[in-house]
Design a binder for this molecule. Structure first.
Ligand SMILES: [Zn+2]
Length: 397
C-alpha cells in the first residue's frame, strides 16, 4: 500500500520514493508505476489526479494519470518504463494542484454554508476543467435558489474565506469520530479522514485542501438550476474566479464603450436598444410590405383569367413577415390571385371570391400545402410559371 504523503502535507510537491512495481499499461507506450510513497493525488472523491514528473539519475518520465486500486496502491501512468527499485524524485505540477485545492476547498465551504443556512444536503461533486458543481437536496424538494439566497451564500462563504481560518485534516480514533459534529455521516468505513475548516465545515474527506480558508481566495456562484430532481450549483473558486472576473470585465467594458454607458447601465441600455431595433424593424417591415404590394399590383394581368387579376411573380428574398403581411393584405381585396416565388419560398393565395384551390395547385407543382385560399411551400421559381400555365388551361373559359 502506498504511503500517501498528501494526507499529512497537501503542499508536499517534491518527494523521494522507490519504484515498487512497474507494469505495461493497456495503451502502447505507457507504463504504470507504483511507488512506496507518493504525493501524487489519484482521481477520487470528485477531485482529478495530479500530473508532473518522475525523475531519476539519467532520465525522467511524465506522469499522465494517477489512480488508486482496491488495495490502496497508487498507480502512476508514465510515458517511460522505470525499473523496479529505482530511486525517483517526484515533482507535482503545482499550478494544477493549487487550482484543484482551491476548487475543492471552495466546494467544502459552499456545501457547509448550504447546509447551515438552507438545510441543503450535498450529494455529489464534480470538479470540471472550466467550472465545478455540487448537486444537493434542498428541504421540500426545492430545485431553485432566489437571487438573494445566492448572494447570501456567496457573502457567507467569502466572509469565512477572509477570516483565513485554519484547515485541518486528520484520522480520528473511532471514539473521537463518534463525537465529531460532522455535516453528514462518512460514506467510508474504517480509516476515516476528517477535514475541518475553521468552525464552518467538518466532514469526512480524503482529498487535498489548502492550509487555511484564505488560500481558497474567492468563491463565485455561476448558476443554481434544477438537475435530475436536485439543485445543481455551479461555481468557480480562487484563480479561476479571478480570471473569470477579468474576462467578464473585459467584455463588459467593451460593451459599455459600444453602448456609451457605464457597466451598471448595460442591461438598461441593451433593453432600450432592443426596443428601438424592434421599432425600426416594424417600420422597415411596413415599408417592405408596401413595396411588395405595389409589385403584386404592377404584376397583375387581367387577360388570363376572367374576372380575376392574376399576379404570377418571381421576386428575390424578402423578410418573411413582410411577405406574409403583404400577401394577406393583397388577398383582402376581391378578385385577386397570386402565385409568388420569393427566394426559395412559394406562396399561392387568392381572394375569398376567387374559386381556385391553391392548396391543390401548390401540391401539383411543388412540396407544400395549406388552405384553398392560401398555401405555401418550397420550390424553384419555375414552379410559378408551371402553376400559371395550369390555371390558364384549366380555368380559362
Ligand atoms: Zn475535501
Amino acid at each position: 500500500m502506498t504511503d500517501r504523503l498528501y494526507y499529512d502535507d497537501a503542499y508536499c510537491w517534491r518527494f523521494e520514493a522507490d519504484v515498487s512495481a512497474c507494469r505495461k499499461a493497456k495503451k502502447p507506450g505507457r507504463w504504470e508505476v507504483a511507488l512506496d510513497r507518493s504525493a501524487f493525488y489519484p482521481t477520487s472523491g470528485g477531485q482529478p489526479f495530479d500530473t508532473g514528473l518522475l525523475k531519476w539519475k539519467g532520465g525522467s518520465a511524465r506522469v499522465l494519470d494517477v489512480e488508486a486500486d482496491d488495495r490502496g496502491e497508487v498507480w502512476h501512468t508514465v510515458d517511460r518504463e522505470i525499473e523496479e527499485g529505482t530511486r525517483v524524485r517526484g515533482e507535482i505540477d503545482g499550478d494544477r494542484r493549487t487550482d484543484h485545492m482551491e476548487q475543492h476547498g471552495g466546494e467544502h465551504m459552499l456545501a457547509g454554508a448550504l447546509w447551515e443556512k438552507l438545510g441543503g444536503v450535498t450529494i455529489g461533486l464534480h470538479l470540471g476543467q472550466e467550472d465545478s458543481s455540487i448537486d444537493a437536496d434542498l428541504p421540500e424538494g426545492r430545485t431553485h435558489l432566489t437571487e438573494e439566497e445566492i448572494a447570501m451564500l456567496e457573502d457567507t462563504v467569502n466572509g469565512r474565506i477572509r477570516q483565513d481560518a485554519p484547515i485541518r485534516c486528520w484520522f480520528p480514533t473511532a471514539e473521537e469520530l463518534k463525537k465529531l459534529p460532522l455535516r453528514k455521516p462518512p460514506t467510508v468505513k474504517g480509516h476515516v479522514r476528517i477535514v475541518a475548516m475553521g468552525d464552518f465545515e467538518m466532514v469526512a474527506c480524503g482529498g487535498t485542501h489548502p492550509s487555511s480558508t484564505g488560500r481558497i481566495g474567492l468563491v463565485k456562484i455561476l448558476s443554481a438550476a434544477p438537475a435530475r430532481g436536485k439543485i445543481r450549483i455551479t461555481f468557480v473558486c480562487g484563480g479561476r474566479a479571478v480570471r473569470l472576473f477579468q474576462t467578464y470585465m473585459k467584455y463588459a467594458d467593451k460593451a459599455g464603450a459600444a453602448l456609451s454607458c457605464p457597466v451598471a447601465e448595460l442591461s438598461r441600455a441593451a433593453a432600450e436598444l432592443k426596443y428601438r431595433l424592434a421599432e425600426i424593424q416594424k417600420k422597415a417591415n411596413r415599408y417592405e410590405t408596401g413595396d411588395l404590394l405595389e409589385q403584386f399590383r404592377a404584376g397583375e394581368s387581367r387577360e388570363t383569367l376572367p374576372g380575376v387579376a392574376l399576379a404570377a411573380l418571381t421576386l428575390p428574398d424578402h423578410e418573411p413577415k413582410a411577405v406574409s403581411e403583404a400577401v394577406l393584405e393583397y388577398i383582402r381585396e376581391p378578385g385577386k390571385a397570386l402565385l409568388l416565388s420569393c427566394g426559395e419560398r412559394l406562396t399561392f393565395a387568392r381572394s375569398a371570391d376567387v374559386e381556385i384551390d391553391m392548396n391543390h395547385l401548390i401540391k401539383r407543382v411543388a412540396r407544400g400545402g395549406g388552405r384553398p385560399e392560401l398555401a405555401s411551400g418550397a420550390g424553384i421559381p419555375e414552379c410559378v410559371e408551371t402553376a400559371r400555365k395550369i390555371l390558364l388551361t384549366e380555368h380559362r373559359t
